[in-house]
Write a protein that binds this ligand. Structure first.
Ligand code: 9MJ
Length: 700
């Protein structure tokens, strides 16, 4: 392709993406891809200046006021930031600052770079009179009515008593949708059958550009200040960090992560610290910003184009990338859960190469309308499993008739591993293979979990061996591991090698390699000596993780006591709610699970047992509670179990030691005695509210 053609193509792509982003609030390509086009275009134009035209997207920063809102001319332009993607680029930036200022280790205001929408808030005589989007930096949109609905934006500056407000103070900052609010909002939209927001930033942008402020008011938006525009009648401090503190004192919200750092090592340390926090921060960030702290030195440095020389954004690796969906597999998990998995053309996202991404479930596939061959956006945030976030409909391959080449994907109706029916209970998102432990996939996963380091910790028993043990060996359940012999393992190996058509060197030489088998048997033998909590976790009871297993082991002290417990007794265990208690009771109610436990014991699996440890922790720890009268929502035993789970000791009669009485319908002498002794009394409604607030009961 010739350079002019390539330039034309890049301009067209960028214009299409801008239109989708700014006017339709429906992004098509990830930022990283957009940035690459922009950089390539900038590079080509720099090399061929004759080809630069005023219409090129490089000639404006971004954003365009839409006709729907009145135009606002910014009194001082809203700046953009230079970007740095590598430490070397940051080092260059710091070196330039050092050279220009003569400061050996300049101080920087260091700030998270909030991934939202930049706005300017204009306060006159202390009152919010105008709010505008950044637009192209010189002109934005008047979104005052919408910004006024954000509770974190003060409508009046908070002045110290007796101090007059500044005549003019323009505050610049970022409007964003906190992650949790975004998730909640999308869950509601999806439940109502609507189209979810692509990401929190689009949530913020789309919400701010609603024509009806009533809609904006319903969107959970927030604001952080990070700078100023025009000011009159306001004494500026000497540094940017002091300026931000002053804004905070006037009632403007600031990111709690804002700090001051010295020199290159200081800013890089900040970058590392915030990168590590990225996933747990309640809002999306796409990097950090370093701003030379001294305002007099900022002035000395000035601007290049529309970006200050004294600031730079040090970006994090992109969490979204484009690639091609090459296929969809379904995986069967330990509990039979069927997960559709996207097979992707390899792509680097967030610093690692991704080849698979989850598609979660059938509903998600339908929602995305994803088909093989599609160009998809893969998203990888921190430690979470990469997922397909959305598709790029414009790039769907189509035939000469314009119809898609591929039909919509449907989950198979039979398990790909065992052929059992795949079932999806009414109202549940997850489909499951109904084969149980007949299904080799579930059996393998159960074994893998059983052997894992935090469960029985069987050294040497990994995925490959488990495959062979199930496919070619005598292992049907986890208990079979403890009857394995050297001969079993060697026979298994021969069958596996026959399938693979290999003859190991050692066999050719007339020897048999047995070392691995001896090691495995040793590892299995060592795992016989375990703890109750490990065993409980290893059994793979649904929803019983390590923490719950530990609580159960402490609370009951012995496996027999646990197996004898009914749902009510289980509910008393801290952190065990109605669903988990039903799962545990249901698990041990099945004869084959009891038989499994007996087989493990008979093959020498053992663990120390002791008395129950019910030293309670929780909001009611140390409190003695008496229940009296009838409750309408639950029986007294169940209420007692909940209270115990929250740390209370439940007693039968009222005495001086009683700290709380729960009085139901027709409470009699115990209530009277409680009143006489001046003991706190709760009605049923108070109890239910308390249980709800402490997660013992579902919502109101
Ligand atoms: C964000 N997005 O958090 C700036 N920003 O400063 C911070 N953006 C900025 N500063 C000058 N913390 C222009 C933009």
């Amino acid at each position: 392709m010739s350079v002019p053609d390539r330039i034309a193509e890049l301009r067209r792509r960028i214009a299409d993406a801008d239109r989708a982003y700014y006017l339709l609030d429906a992004p098509t390509v990830p930022d990283a891809e957009y940035d690459r086009w922009m950089r390539e275009l900038q590079g080509l134009e720099a090399a061929h200046p004759a080809l630069v035209t005023p219409e090129s997207p490089t000639q404006r920063v971004s954003g365009r006021p839409s006709a729907a809102f009145a135009e606002v001319r910014h009194a001082l332009p809203m700046l953009s930031l230079q970007n740095a993607f590598t430490e070397a680029e940051v080092a260059d930036f710091v070196r330039r600052i050092v050279e220009a200022t003569g400061e050996a280790r300049p101080a920087f205001s260091v700030e998270p770079k909030i991934d939202g929408l930049a706005v300017s808030l204009r306060y006159e005589d202390g009152l919010l009179v105008q709010g505008a989007t950044r637009g192209d930096g010189a002109r934005g949109e008047d979104v005052t009515a919408n910004l006024r609905t954000l509770r974190s934006i003060p409508l009046a500056l908070r002045m110290p008593a007796g101090e007059p407000p500044p005549a003019v103070l323009e505050v610049r900052g970022e409007v964003f949708m906190p992650k949790a609010a975004f998730e909640r909002f999308n869950a509601e939209v999806i439940a109502a059958g609507g189209k979810p927001l692509a990401n929190p930033r689009n949530g913020a942008a789309g919400s701010l550009r609603q024509l009806d402020p009533g809609i904006t008011a319903k969107r959970p938006l927030a604001f952080f200040a990070y700078g100023i525009g025009e000011v009159r009648g306001f004494a500026l401090p000497a540094t940017h960090s002091a300026l931000l503190r002053a804004l905070g004192a006037l009632g403007l919200p600031l990111s709690p992560e804002i700090d001051v750092a010295q020199g290159l090592d200081g800013v890089l340390a900040y970058h590392g610290r915030i990168a590590a926090l990225r996933d747990v921060l309640p809002y999306d960030i796409d990097g950090v910003v370093y701003k030379l702290d001294r305002l007099d030195l900022q002035e000395k440095l000035g601007f290049v184009a529309r970006a200050p020389r004294w600031a730079i954004a040090h970006k994090f690796p992109a969490q979204e990338e484009l690639t091609i969906l090459e296929g969809i597999d379904v995986q069967v998990g330990r509990t039979g859960a069927i997960t559709p998995v996207a097979r992707l053309r390899p792509v680097r996202v967030g610093g690692v190469t991704v080849t698979n991404a989850t598609l979660h479930n059938a509903d998600q596939i339908a929602r995305l309308d994803v088909r093989i061959g599609d160009t998809v956006v893969v998203r990888r945030a921190g430690d979470v499993i990469p997922e397909v976030a959305r598709i790029v409909p414009e790039r769907r391959p189509s035939g000469p008739d314009g119809q898609p080449l591929q039909p919509p994907f449907v989950l198979p109706s039979a398990c790909p591993e065992c052929g059992s029916a795949i079932e999806r209970p009414e109202g549940e998102a997850v489909a499951r293979c109904s084969g149980g432990l007949v299904c080799p996939a579930q059996r393998k996963q159960a074994l893998l979990h059983f052997a894992s380091r935090r469960a029985m910790d069987i050294e040497g028993l990994g995925e490959r061996l488990i495959e062979d043990l199930v496919d070619f060996g005598p292992v049907r359940s986890v208990a079979d591991l403890y009857t394995l012999t050297l001969d079993d393992l060697l026979a298994m190996k021969r069958r596996a090698e026959a399938r693979d058509g290999v003859t190991p060197e050692t066999v050719k030489q007339g020897k048999i390699a047995t070392r691995w088998a001896e090691n495995l048997l040793g590892g299995i033998d060592q795992s016989r000596n375990t703890t109750l909590e490990r065993l409980l976790f290893a059994l793979g009871i649904r929803d019983v993780g390590e923490a719950t297993a530990k609580q159960l082991a402490r609370w009951f002290g012995s496996l027999d006591a646990l197996m004898a417990a009914d749902v009510e007794a289980l509910l008393a265990v801290p952190d065990v709610g109605p669903v988990v208690s039903a799962r545990i009771a249901g698990f041990f109610a099945q004869p084959h699970h009891r038989a499994l436990v007996e087989r493990l014991r008979s093959h020498g699996v053992h663990w120390p047992e002791g008395p129950p440890q019910r030293t309670a922790e929780g909001p009611l720890a140390g409190r003695t509670v008496v229940l009296t009268g009838g409750l309408s929502a639950m029986g007294r035993d169940e209420a007692g179990a909940h209270l115990e789970a929250l740390g209370a000791k439940v007693a039968g009669s009222v005495s001086k030691k009683t700290s709380l009485v729960v009085a139901g319908e027709a409470a009699g002498s115990k209530l009277a005695k409680a009143r006489e002794l001046g003991i706190e009394v709760w009605e049923e409604a108070t109890l239910l509210d308390f249980l709800r607030r402490h997660g013992r009961l579902a919502g109101p």
